[in-house]
Design a protein around this ligand. Structure first.
Ligand code: PEP
Length: 254
């Protein structure tokens, strides 16, 4: 039986103004006040981080950035450092989201630098990996995921250490924002593969502790089945995290 604590994470992407962000997080805080046994996280746009942090107050909602640069500061117009995210109250940071990889040409090599920098700063990285439809249909899913893991966690592998707090998110690109979800069995198969990769690359204890989230059109009507799979420890949610009623239903997935 798994002892990993489930995590439901909302990635708000480039949506919601500051007032909407404050209202949403207040509703989430009120709706999860008495809830035990599940972690909740939100990743608002950068401009709303400070306001959302204030609105979270003492409630147990974790705050994440949606991206960061690997340097601490410097001449990197348009970028934000992990130190700045920490200053804004973040405890976590999403790294290597498929939209960053495909639209902004992020590579496994730069993602590896980001994971390393986040870890050094004490920010928990939520590393996203996932295959495209073409790669799945071409039978390359596991090869692609292995390469993403090997290269995006190259610094961890060189050090031989992966912190147990590290979070991985399997997000098949073909399921993000498309309404197509991986079946629970398809997702479980990949999550098991990822856990085995962690075991081979690090050790059994690390593999048993690291949480692996599923992301890709998670909705109130499919979350329970996904969460009932042994190696699925939570969800990284885009669209359905933008409304309090659907997000609260996801958080109460049982
Ligand atoms: C995401 O952006 O990480 C995501 C999974 O989006 P959606 O839930 O909208 O598919």
């Amino acid at each position: 039986m798994t002892k990993r604590r489930p995590l439901i994470a909302g990635n708000w992407k480039m949506n919601l103004n500051i007032d909407d962000s404050i209202n949403l997080v207040r509703e989430i805080a009120a709706g999860t006040d008495q809830l035990e046994g599940v972690d909740v996280l939100v990743a608002p746009p950068f401009t709303a981080l400070g306001a959302v942090r204030n609105a979270i107050g003492d409630s147990r909602i974790f705050l994440a950035g949606q991206n960061m640069h690997w340097e601490m500061s410097g001449a990197y117009t348009g970028e934000i450092s992990g130190m700045m995210l920490k200053e804004a109250g973040c405890t976590h940071v999403i790294i290597g989201h498929s939209e960053r990889r495909s639209l902004f040409k992020e590579t496994n090599q730069t993602i590896d630098l980001k994971v390393k920098a986040a870890t050094l700063l004490g920010l928990v990285p939520i590393l996203c990996i996932g295959e495209t439809l073409e790669q799945r249909e071409g039978g390359q899913t596991f090869e692609v995921l292995k390469e993403q893991l090997d290269l995006s966690l190259n610094n961890y592998r060189s050090d031989g250490i992966m912190r147990h707090s590290t979070i991985l998110a399997y997000e098949p690109v073909w399921a993000i924002g498309t309404g197509k979800t991986a079946t629970p069995l398809q997702a479980q198969e990949v999550h098991r593969f990822i856990r085995e990769w962690i075991e081979e690359s690090f050790d059994t204890k690390t593999a048993s502790r690291v949480r692996i989230l599923y992301g890709g059109s998670v909705k109130p009507d499919n979350v329970k089945d996904l969460m009932s799979e042994q190696d699925i420890d939570g969800a990284l949610v885009g669209g359905a995290s933008l409304k309090e009623d659907s997000f609260l239903k996801l958080i109460r997935f049982d």
